[in-house]
Design a protein around this ligand. Structure first.
Ligand code: TGC
Ligand code: FAD
Length: 392
C-alpha cells in the first residue's frame, strides 16, 4: 500500500490561490535542485552559499512582502509558503531571507524616509545590497530595552558606540540597521540608524563555533565612534515599538518556516521506516513507530492550519496582534523541534549523520527556538495578555 503524503492528508492546496501555489512550487524546485544537494556540506563547512543570492533575488524572495521598490509584494500566505520551502532546505537559508526582508528591508520600508527607501530597497531586492538587523547585545537579549549602545548627536552627525552580538548576515552585510539609545533631552529613547559598510568605526567580526544554524553567517557589530549623518537616522517616532514591529514580521515568517523544517524531517522518516527492516519487518509495521509518525503528522497539519488561519487574517486586516504572532511562533517552532527530535530517534544511529536531514534541522531549530524572542518570552507575552499581569 502506498504511503499518504502529508499534503494529501491536510489538503491545504485547495485553500491556496493559483498564484500562491506557483510561488511555493518555484521555490520548492529551487531548494530541492540548488540547495539540498549542498546542504550537508555547507552545514559542515559553516558556510552560507553567497553564490545563490542572485537566484534567490530572481525568485522575488528578498523583501517579498513589501509593495513597490522592486519588491514582489506577495501576500502573507504566499510569503509564508515560500519561507516554509526555504526552511525545508535549511533554517539558515530561511534566516538569510527573513533578516534581509522582514527585518532590514521592513525597517527601512516602515520607518525610513523616501530617500532612504529609494537608496536601499531596490538594491536590496536585487540582492546587490545585503542588510542585517542589530538589536541584541552581549548583555541585552530578551530585554532589548536594556541595550547599552548609544547614539550621541554631534553637530549634523550622530556618533555611535557599542556592540551588537548574534547578528545574522553581519559578516557580509552592506548595511546594518542598528538600534541605539539616544539621550532625548533628559529622557532616553531607542532609535534606528543605517550604517553602511566602510563607515570608519564599523566592524563586523564573524562568530565561529556554532553547532546550530551553521550555514548562516553570524557576527558582531562593533561601533567605535562610528559617525553617520542625520540622513542615516530612521525618522520615525522613537521607541522600542519600531524594532518590535519588525520582529512581528519576522516572527510571522518563522512560524511558517519552522513547518518546512518539520516536513523535511517527516518526509525523511516516512520513507526510512518503510525501507528499514528490523525484527524481519519494516519499522513502519511497528505500532510504536506508527504512533510516533501519527503524532508528527498531526502536529504538522495543525501547525499548517494555524499558520494559514493567521496568514489569511493578516491578509484581511493588514496586521496581526503581537499576541497572535507569539502564539504562532511559539507553537510552530516548538512542534517542529519535537518533530525533528522524533525523526532523529526513528533514524537510530543514522539519525546522527549529516547524510540525513534530521540532526541538522534539530540543531538548527534550537536556535529558532531562541531567536526572534525565546519560547519563554512568547509564553510571557501570551501570559500577560491572558491574565493582564506582566511576569517578565
Ligand atoms: P513593552 O513595555 O512591552 O513595550 C514597549 C513598547 O513596544 C510596544 N510593543 C510592541 N509593538 C509592536 N509589536 C510588538 N510585538 C510589541 N511589543 C511591545 C509596546 O506597546 C510599547 O509601546 P509604547 O508606545 O507604549 O512605548 O516592552 P518591554 O521592554 O517590557 O519588552 C517586551 C518584550 C520582552 C516582549 C520585548 O522586549 C521582546 O519581544 N523581547 C524579545 C527580543 C527579541 O525577540 N529579539 C529578537 C532579535 S532579532 C533576531 O533574533 C533575528 S534571528 C534571525 C532570523 O530571523 O532567523
Ligand atoms: P537571554 O535573554 O539571556 O535568555 C536566557 C534564558 O532566560 C532563555 O531561556 C530565556 O527564555 C530566559 N529568560 C529571559 N528572560 C526571562 C524572563 N523574564 N522570564 C523567564 N525566562 C526568561 N539578534 C539580533 O538582534 N539580530 C539577529 O540577526 C539575530 N540573529 C540570531 C541568530 C542566531 C543563530 C541566534 C542564536 C540568535 C540571534 N539573535 C539575533 C539573538 C536572539 O534574538 C537572542 O539570542 C534572543 O533574543 C535571546 O536573547 P539571549 O540569547 O541573550 O538570551
Amino acid at each position: 500500500m502506498d504511503a499518504l503524503p502529508l499534503e494529501a492528508l491536510s489538503q491545504i492546496d485547495g485553500e491556496l490561490t493559483e498564484e500562491e501555489r506557483l510561488a511555493r512550487d518555484s521555490v520548492r524546485r529551487f531548494v530541492r535542485e540548488r540547495y539540498l544537494p549542498r546542504a550537508a556540506e555547507l552545514y559542515e563547512a559553516e558556510e552560507f552559499p553567497r553564490d545563490l543570492i542572485p537566484e534567490i533575488a530572481e525568485l522575488g524572495l528578498l523583501g517579498a512582502s513589501i509593495q513597490g521598490y522592486g519588491c514582489a509584494g506577495m501576500n502573507p500566505v504566499a510569503y509564508g509558503l515560500v519561507l516554509a520551502e526555504l526552511e525545508y532546505g535549511d533554517s539558515g537559508l530561511r534566516s538569510f531571507v527573513s533578516v534581509q526582508g522582514s527585518l532590514a528591508m521592513y525597517a527601512i520600508s516602515a520607518f525610513g524616509s523616501e530617500a532612504q527607501k529609494q537608496q536601499y530597497l531596490p538594491a536590496m531586492a536585487r540582492g546587490a545590497c545585503i542588510g542585517c538587523f542589530g538589536l541584541t547585545e552581549p548583555d541585552s537579549g530578551s530585554d532589548p530595552a536594556s541595550m547599552k549602545t548609544r547614539a550621541r548627536r554631534d553637530g549634523a552627525d550622530w556618533v555611535l558606540n557599542g556592540a551588537k552580538m548574534w547578528i545574522t548576515n553581519a559578516p557580509f552585510a552592506n548595511v546594518a540597521v542598528v538600534w541605539a539609545k539616544v539621550d532625548d533631552g533628559g529622557a532616553e529613547s531607542i532609535q534606528g540608524f543605517l550604517v553602511d559598510r566602510g563607515t570608519p568605526g564599523f566592524e563586523t567580526p564573524r562568530m565561529h563555533g556554532k553547532m546550530s544554524l551553521r550555514s548562516s553567517e553570524t557576527g558582531e557589530i562593533v561601533l567605535s565612534d562610528c559617525r553617520v549623518s542625520e540622513a542615516q537616522r530612521l525618522p520615525y517616532k522613537p521607541g522600542l515599538g519600531a524594532p518590535l514591529r519588525c520582529l512581528n514580521e519576522a516572527r510571522f515568517g518563522i512560524s511558517w518556516g519552522a513547518i518546512g523544517a518539520a516536513k523535511a524531517c517527516f518526509d525523511c522518516v516516512q520513507r526510512y521506516t518503510r525501507e528499514r527492516v528490523q525484527f524481519e519487518v519494516p519499522l513502519a509495521r511497528k505500532q510504536l513507530v506508527q504512533e510516533r509518525l501519527v503524532e508528527m503528522a498531526s502536529e504538522i497539519v495543525k501547525a499548517d492550519l494555524l499558520a494559514l488561519h493567521f496568514g489569511r487574517l493578516k491578509q484581511k486586516n493588514g496586521k496581526l496582534l503581537p499576541e497572535q504572532v507569539s502564539l504562532c511562533k511559539r507553537n510552530n517552532v516548538a512542534i517542529a523541534l519535537d518533530v525533528a527530535r522524533s525523526a532523529r530517534a526513528l533514524l537510530g544511529a543514522n539519525g546522527i549523520l549529516l547524510e540525513y536531514p534530521a540532526i541538522r534541522h534539530m540543531l538548527n531549530l534550537e536556535s529558532v527556538y531562541t531567536d526572534e524572542g525565546t519560547h519563554e518570552i512568547h509564553t510571557l507575552v501570551l501570559g500577560r495578555a491572558l491574565t493582564g499581569e506582566s511576569a517578565f
